[in-house]
Design a binder for this molecule. Structure first.
Ligand code: FAD
Length: 384
């Protein structure tokens, strides 16, 4: 039996790890377009970007581990076509050169996502984005005392990058079309906390604003942090079913993470998953989902029939604030948010928040209250 994993990121590498941990001793080919062994991306906007952590600490495993565990890791290699009838994947060196083929009995797609670029014409030029370690290194080098940094987008990445740039002493302006940062995820009650946090650290946060070239004229560094596009081209060209934009994009997978071809599974940022607990489709771009879906997919590749039931989980670190969030409010929204504690996070205070719909908690978070991790997870689905 041969398992081919396309995408040597967090999800792909975790699946290979779990296959070996489960005792699977067949062939594993792990194909990655990047030249570096699989790594975790959260440090790219936190410890690594801040210059506090070395890149090696972000690696899923040191490179020799793959050889020691008989995993055929093909770095700098792109999968360019899947022939599902012959069960063959075509591979091409990312830098050009002769192509090769590998055959599979089961295939796992974990191709992740690409940061969206912003095109504001030739006068503005290209924006920097943040997805890879190379991107993070470039930003780290650009963030200097007095450098003028303009960030378009006040989502998680935009805000973490803003915090890192401020900590490096740069002047930071953030442009956001919504009335509050993170408003779509957190709602106004908690999103306000993040607006206050960044303003309190000297960020010029311009909300309800559509950025224009004139706004960017004197910026030394321009960064687009406007979300990602899931990398589904390979899956689409192989004829697998793809989610529409309205469905959230990505590759359609069932509760067991199987695509429209039962021999092919998809996980991580590309998986548009039929979530059995939430009762709806969801595509989650989070670290925890990449890891946990990989574990379930590995077991299913090895013959199990296990649904993926874990609720979305997310964390962020910005300045001295650390938070964890569990659950999903979803399209039906919420009736109220119960906040316990003090939201004065600039003063180092801690709080818990519970998003409630129909008397039931649908999402919960804490800020600066690390003892609350289990309590917020356990609160989901409880009555309030
Ligand atoms: C800067 C940054 C900070 C983040 N911080 C957080 C955080 O604080 N908390 C959190 O929960 N989440 C965070 N995330 C999100 C989290 O990192 C992602 O959800 C996670 O990386 C998804 O894992 P993945 O394996 O699906 O995709 P990826 O990590 O993107 O890996 C996919 C890999 O597949 C490769 N690939 C793509 N196509 C091909 C192909 N055809 N052939 C071969 N290889 C291919 C890509 O080059 C890439 O290496 C952050 C993301 C970024 C970018």
């Amino acid at each position: 039996m041969s398992i081919v994993i396309i995408g040597a990121g967090l999800a792909g590498a975790t699946a290979a790890t779990e296959l070996r941990a489960q005792g699977y001793d067949g062939e594993i080919v792990l194909v990655g377009a990047e030249p570096t062994p699989p790594y975790e991306r959260p440090p790219l906007s936190k410890g690594y970007l801040l210059g506090k952590d070395a890149f090696d600490s972000a690696l899923v495993h040191e490179q020799p581990w793959y050889l020691e565990h008989d995993i055929d890791l093909r770095l700098g290699t792109r999968a360019t076509a899947i022939d599902r009838e012959r069960r063959i994947v075509r591979l091409e060196p990312a830098g050009g050169g002769p192509s090769a083929e590998v055959s599979y009995d089961a295939l796992l797609l974990a191709t992740g996502a690409t940061a969206r670029q912003l095109d504001m014409g030739d006068d503005v030029g290209e924006f920097l984005t943040l997805r890879s370690v190379e991107d993070s290194t470039r930003l780290k080098e650009a963030f200097r005392s007095g450098t003028k940094v303009a960030i378009v987008g006040a989502g998680w990445i935009g805000l973490e990058v803003a915090a890192a740039a401020r900590e490096a002493g740069s002047d930071v302006t953030v442009f956001e079309t919504a009335a509050l940062p993170l408003e779509r995820v957190l709602g106004p009650e908690v999103a306000t906390v993040f607006a206050d946090l960044h303003r309190g650290h000297g960020v010029d946060l311009r909300l309800s604003t559509t950025v224009t070239p004139a706004d960017l004229a004197d910026a030394d560094v321009r960064i687009a942090a406007i979300g990602v596009t899931p990398d589904v081209e390979l899956a689409a060209s192989a004829g697998l079913e793809i989610a529409t934009r309205e469905q959230g994009g990505g590759v359609l997978v069932d509760a067991m993470l199987r695509t429209s071809d039962p021999r092919v599974l998809a996980i991580g940022d590309i998986a548009n998953h039929d979530h059995p607990v939430l009762g709806r489709r969801i595509r989650v771009e989070h670290w925890d989902t990449a890891i946990e879906q990989a574990k379930v997919a590995a077991r299913n590749l090895a013959g199990a029939d296990e649904p993926y039931e874990r609720l979305p989980y997310f964390f962020t670190d910005q300045y001295d604030l650390g938070m964890e969030y569990v659950g999903s409010v979803g399209p039906d929204g919420y009736d109220r948010v119960d906040i316990e504690g003090s939201t004065d996070v600039l003063a180092g205070d801690a709080f818990r928040a519970f998003w409630v719909r129909g008397g039931t908690v649908v999402a919960a978070m804490h800020a600066n209250d690390w003892d609350a991790s289990d309590a917020i997870r356990d609160s989901i689905g409880s009555r309030r």
